[in-house]
Design a protein around this ligand. Structure first.
Ligand SMILES: [Zn+2]
Length: 702
């Protein structure tokens, strides 16, 4: 769905250039005698051999041939093209000797029947709502036109107002400048927040419709050469995408919290929290937006609002009128997850997941066939090792999700169906956009060290260095790991069920230019993204190794000391924020800070116990330690759910209520106190958090 880290990477790109010139440090390859964290010395040797055999299997050539085939047809969730892709993936997995299972869910989906955008003043002009086909693009008739998933239908005409990124602060600035959006059509550019926030805010300000366009300053010609000459978005490139209110709940909007099986109970669309507050919305290209913006009257916008088109942007209204005619079909359709279980030899009940979605707005070579193809390469590697008698100790589950683009549907419905089994899930590893030169990761703090250790075990293409060394060099000597927010299949596992999760991605310069566009195709990937597909192969090795370590570790490498320390920092920040915004402390979290410190000490003691157990090969202790390590993340959930969005249960991390993708720390406390100004609720949730921190401390106490 989205890769927030690509924005972060774009921001650091300028500094990366100068770092390339820095002298390459010798690659610190772990010596064979140093045990892998979480393994006894003896098991470490076994694991290294396993990893060496596994790493030899993924290849650029295999990735390339998979992408050429899989990306040859669009595969929007629930369509014939998607079903063809299911069959291709299943056939591929079977050819490795694996036994894929198709799990079908019945989900509420939208589909555009009619999309028409016409400028009616100052001149009449019908605007394009689909890209021009390229000669190599097959089945182009199956690429849908402009569509924002779950947008209501509507036939409206009105004056246009330009609203920048469409965030709360943008509408506040319009109001401050005396520009009313009431009864108007808001023209909003993509970026800065999840697209579903834009129509929500426009509707609140009284708009009757929304056009969201891709400004060339954000991902078009201002950034570099455009498709098909370069990777950036061309004048006709459209960013499709869902406007489901994912900050309230992900998954099928009609079954929030339970699975969309065939005969499941469903709520009415009008009652679905995730569809709340929407107005007719459609995306357009900057080619289509240009005449609308150019004819706008009114005051000149502030310079932060000026985009990349070669004229002065104005707020409107006046000058431009537009007629928007959207007819969207809504129906319950089957979607298909593909699940492969490789049973563990010692703990078959404990599952380690590797997941990537298969559905795409169009062809989706990058988003997310890259992840799907890497998942297949991991499956191929494991299957070959199985034939040689190598079994993982815990069960490895490879999951190829459907319906991610509409709002994380396939993974959510699966997780909601298997909530009891997920209590024993060890880890969820996600890939969504995983075939480029720039690595990025998000994880629970408990798994930071696991991410870092895995990057040390993989060579990065064309560098002669480990991914770890390259990653550090690209980031001023640091290894930045984001915290999990919104926008991909890790959400149900982590944010509802407390399964420790990580998201591993790799993008390339210009990746945001192909986002949800028909230009995200095999041509794009093989010319710009990863021409040799060696980054795909490296990401297959990386995620495969991360999964195999979690599957085989004697003691799971979850580290709660840094987690507890970070939580204490969040709590102190919350106090500082109260001082700043309210001039006093209304919700006292000092006992939580004290408890976080106790949690940290318990984690430290547990780690010492784990280190000793590993050193002495004390297998009797392993099981007890692992149960504790798996439980601690779950202790941070609240069964009540977060205020106003009960689907979300994790008290430390959630998608921001006004950002949708970007992560909000301590979401219940911030939302209740600062957004809702509801002091009793904020105080109640301080109590729930305190109970959770106590439980996590108790869990980790050796
Ligand atoms: Zn995606």
């Amino acid at each position: 769905m989205f890769r927030p880290r690509s924005l972060a990477l774009a921001a650091v790109a300028a500094t990366t250039v100068s770092l390339v010139a820095a002298p390459a440090t010798a690659s610190a390859q772990p010596s064979e005698s140093t045990p892998i964290p979480g393994f006894t010395a003896a098991h470490s040797k076994w694991q290294r051999q396993y990893e060496r055999l596994f790493s030899a299997i993924p290849s650029g050539a295999k990735g390339r041939s998979l992408d050429a085939e899989l990306a040859s047809e669009p595969a929007l969730a629930g369509t014939t093209g998607d079903w063809h892709r299911v069959q291709r993936v299943v056939r591929e997995l079977r050819s490795y000797g694996l036994k894929p299972e198709i799990k079908t869910y019945y989900t509420y989906l939208s589909h555009p029947k009619r999309v028409s955008v016409t400028m009616t003043a100052p001149t009449r002009q019908s605007l394009p709502v689909k890209e021009k086909p390229q000669p190599w693009q097959k089945h182009f008739e199956d690429v849908i036109p402009s569509h924002n998933g779950y947008s209501p239908s509507g036939n409206i005409e009105g004056e246009v107002v330009y609203a920048n990124y469409g965030r709360p602060e943008d509408f506040a600035l319009l109001a401050k400048n005396g520009v009313s959006v009431k009864g108007k059509i808001a023209l909003i550019r993509y970026g800065a927040a999840f697209r579903g926030i834009k129509p929500r805010e426009a509707a609140k300000a009284g708009a009757k419709g929304v056009l969201i366009y891709s400004d060339p300053k954000d991902d078009g010609f201002i950034r570099g050469k455009v498709y098909p000459e370069g990777p950036w978005r061309a004048a006709d490139g459209i960013q499709r995408g869902s406007i489901e209110q994912i900050q309230l709940a992900v998954g099928d909007p009609l079954t929030p919290g339970w699975s969309s099986t065939k005969h499941a109970k469903r709520i009415k669309p009008s009652e679905a929290p995730a569809l709340r507050g929407l107005i007719p919305t459609t995306p357009i290209s900057y080619g289509a937006a240009e005449p609308l913006l150019k004819a706008l009257k009114g005051d000149q916008v502030p310079k932060e609002w000026q985009g990349g088109l070669p004229f002065t942007y104005r707020f409107g209204p006046g000058g431009t009128k537009v007629h928007l005619d959207l007819k969207n079909d809504f129906s319950i359709k089957p979607i298909w997850d593909i699940i492969v279980r490789i049973p563990g030899s010692e703990r078959p009940d404990q599952e380690v997941f590797l997941g990537a979605h298969r559905d795409a707005w169009a062809y989706g070579s990058d988003d997310d066939l890259s992840g799907t193809e890497n998942l297949l390469q991991v499956g191929r590697g494991l299957a070959q090792l199985l034939k040689k008698g190598w079994h993982p100790k815990r069960t490895v589950v490879l999951a190829n999700w459907d319906g991610e683009e509409y709002g994380i549907l396939g993974s959510t419905e699966y997780a909601e169906q298997r909530d009891k089994e997920l209590r024993k899930a060890v880890t969820y590893v996600n890939m969504d956009g995983a075939g480029g030169s720039e690595f990025g990761a998000a994880a629970t703090p408990a798994l930071d060290q696991t991410v870092i250790d895995a990057t040390k075990a993989v060579q990065w293409p064309g560098t002669g260095s480990s991914l770890y060394d390259v990653w550090k060099k690209q980031n001023d000597g640091t290894t930045p790991i984001d915290r999990i927010g919104g926008g991909s299949d890790f959400q149900p596992f982590f944010e509802r069920y407390g399964v420790p999760a990580m998201d591993m991605g790799a993008s390339s310069p210009g990746s945001s230019g192909n986002y949800h566009c028909s230009c995200d195709d095999f041509y794009w990937m093989s010319h710009f993204g990863d021409p040799t597909f060696e980054y795909h192969a490296a990401m297959s090795r990386l995620t495969g190794i991360a999964v195999l370590r979690m599957a085989n570790a004697d003691v799971l490498t979850m580290r709660y000391q840094p987690y507890a320390a970070e939580t204490a920092t969040y709590l102190n920040d919350f106090t500082a924020q109260q001082q700043k915004q309210l001039g006093k402390v209304v919700v006292d979290v000092s006992r939580d800070v004290t408890q976080a410190k106790a949690w940290q000490q318990a984690a430290q003691a547990l780690q010492a116990r784990a280190d000793a157990a590993l050193q002495h090969g004390d297998t009797a202790a392993f099981r007890r330690l692992n149960d504790k390590l798996m439980q601690a993340e779950r202790d941070l959930l609240t069964r009540l759910g977060l205020p106003g969005r009960p689907w979300y249960r994790h008290q430390i991390y959630a998608p921001g209520i006004d950002t949708g993708y970007a992560t909000q720390r301590l979401p219940a406390l911030y939302d209740a106190l600062f957004a809702d100004k509801d002091v009793p609720t904020a105080k109640a949730y301080e109590g729930h958090l305190y109970d959770s921190l106590k439980a996590a401390t108790r869990t980790l106490t050796p």
